[in-house]
Design a binder for this molecule. Structure first.
Ligand SMILES: [Zn+2]
Ligand SMILES: [Zn+2]
Length: 480
């Protein structure tokens, strides 16, 4: 038997039980180890998986601390300039469950409190339509004929928030992949001259139907400025086989891809282009009805090979790496997604799926992996990123800093970017030295060789202090 405790209150999440984020269910909390009659079912971002966390370990911060995890992604929270508030939201507040990455809204200089999932019907019943006018407008939901698509639990869903200071409500909206736009053309406002309906979206925003070119342009610029990684413009009906165009930011520009429907599947035709070219390509695609022809895309098709999938072939995204011996940042994080964290504590076992995968596709892939890993570690080799570790340690440990940087590479791209931009700090208690030996181990496995015969030399070095520019502003007494 155990006593039922009073559930903790959360400043930024009013009703986690009512919203099904905390569920009445027996479990054993992985943090305090106690039996609990309430368990958490919302998002938790950590290297190690943690299920059935109890609400009390969320509220006192021990869950976040134990797993070095977060309930919210900083990158998808609206800005609030108060570290204590951010800490409470990110590390001591249950999240909520959206279709895509959950956004957290703010008002009056503080984060809002999450109220619940809503559709248009709920908003009308609560009499909030007028109050939410601005937010609704942002998602194009202020027009008759569109708003009915906003349904609680539906493909297009609202997330209601309330300001903890002034009580004003705010709304976030997102959609799942099944939401492909408005079924009835009469309710939308098609652009004259365009054959199909467009929709514009990226990873974080809800789709915009039939966006004007100005909106598309604004979106692309926004993507560049705030570091959004992906923009997608898709057609309701394929035109000359083209279904969509999308751009993903890569380190040397944008990887622009055309989705062409063929034999029931979608083939990607892509190439990397500059900012200027990206604008031109999007504008051509957007105006295709004017030029009436996919031949406008010829430059895309001839400038880079089309890779196709199929039985016995490597995955499409691996094929250019095999051919060119180069990979993008995004590819690298595809690889690190393969780590098996259920084996945590045994680095070799955690890394095994990755080593095994790399050794399947040959030297080019292995060396490209090492080059990219080195480059990403090199970028983190700066005094600014090391500063708080040096303060903690009381000195600078070159190896310690290198191994801590490795940890930033194995938690996904948004984690890495947050560390790089100084939005998150490296932990001195977490390190992942074993990552460094992945390329060698994969090569040895492939060739049945000893690792002193490993032939590849990277251009950059990941060793601490290699990035001269990163250590330029080091105070004198630290040396280095
Ligand atoms: Zn607990
Ligand atoms: Zn307010």
């Amino acid at each position: 038997m155990f006593f039922s405790r009073k559930l903790p209150k959360f400043k930024y999440n009013e009703n986690p039980v009512g919203n099904g984020i905390i569920v009445k269910e027996s479990g054993k909390c992985p943090v305090c180890g106690k039996k609990t009659d309430y368990v958490y079912k919302g998002p938790f971002y950590s290297a190690e998986e943690a299920e059935d966390i109890c609400p009390w370990c969320i509220a006192d911060g021990s869950a976040a601390k134990k797993f070095n995890g977060e309930f919210q992604d900083y990158d998808s929270c609206e800005e609030v300039d108060n570290e204590d508030y951010t800490d409470e939201l990110v590390r001591r507040t249950p999240g909520y469950c959206g279709w895509q990455k959950e956004q957290w809204l703010s008002h009056c200089g503080d984060y809002c409190s999450f109220v619940g999932n809503v559709g248009w019907k709920e908003l009308e019943m609560m009499g909030l339509v007028q109050e939410l006018r601005e937010d609704l407008e942002k998602y194009g939901l202020n027009e008759t004929g569109r708003r009915e698509h906003l349904v609680k639990g539906g493909s297009l869903q609202g997330y209601l928030f309330k300001c903890v200071v002034c009580g004003k409500h705010r709304l976030a909206v997102d959609s799942n992949l099944e939401f492909t736009g408005l079924p009835d053309a009469n309710t939308s406002t098609p652009q004259t001259g365009y054959a199909g309906g467009f929709r514009l979206e990226n990873f974080f925003d809800a789709p915009v139907e039939n966006p004007t070119w100005e909106q598309v342009e604004k979106h692309i610029k926004n993507m560049m400025e705030v570091g959004k990684e992906h923009v997608l413009l898709s057609l309701k009906e394929p035109h000359k086989g083209i279904r969509f165009i999308q751009a993903v930011s890569v380190d040397d520009g944008y990887d622009v891809q055309l989705g062409i429907e063929k034999n029931g599947g979608t083939n990607l035709v892509s190439r990397v282009c500059s900012t200027q070219e990206l604008f031109e390509l999007f504008s051509k695609f957007y105006n295709y009805a004017d030029v009436d022809g996919a031949e406008r895309f010829t430059p895309v098709e001839i400038s880079r090979k089309t890779y196709t999938g199929g039985e016995g072939k490597p995955p499409i995204w691996i094929q250019p790496i095999i051919e060119t011996g180069k990979m993008y940042d995004l590819d690298f994080f595809h690889f690190t997604d393969m780590l098996d964290w259920s084996k945590q504590g045994n680095d070799e076992a955690v890394l095994d799926p990755l080593v095994s995968f790399l050794s399947t596709y040959g030297d080019n892939v292995i060396f490209a992996f090492e080059d990219k890993m080195t480059e990403l570690l090199y970028a983190l080799d700066t005094y600014d990123i090391a500063k708080h570790l040096i303060e903690d340690w009381g000195y600078i440990s070159s190896d310690g800093f290198l191994y801590a940087r490795c940890m930033a590479l194995v938690n996904g791209k948004s984690y890495y970017t947050a560390i790089l931009k100084g939005k998150k700090k490296l932990s001195k208690d977490m390190e992942f030295e074993s990552l460094l030996y992945v390329p060698r181990n994969a090569w040895c496995r492939l060739h049945h060789e000893r690792d002193d015969n490993y032939p590849h030399k990277t251009e950059l070095s990941y060793e601490t202090f290699s990035n001269k520019k990163g250590w330029e502003n080091t105070p004198r007494d630290i040396g280095g």
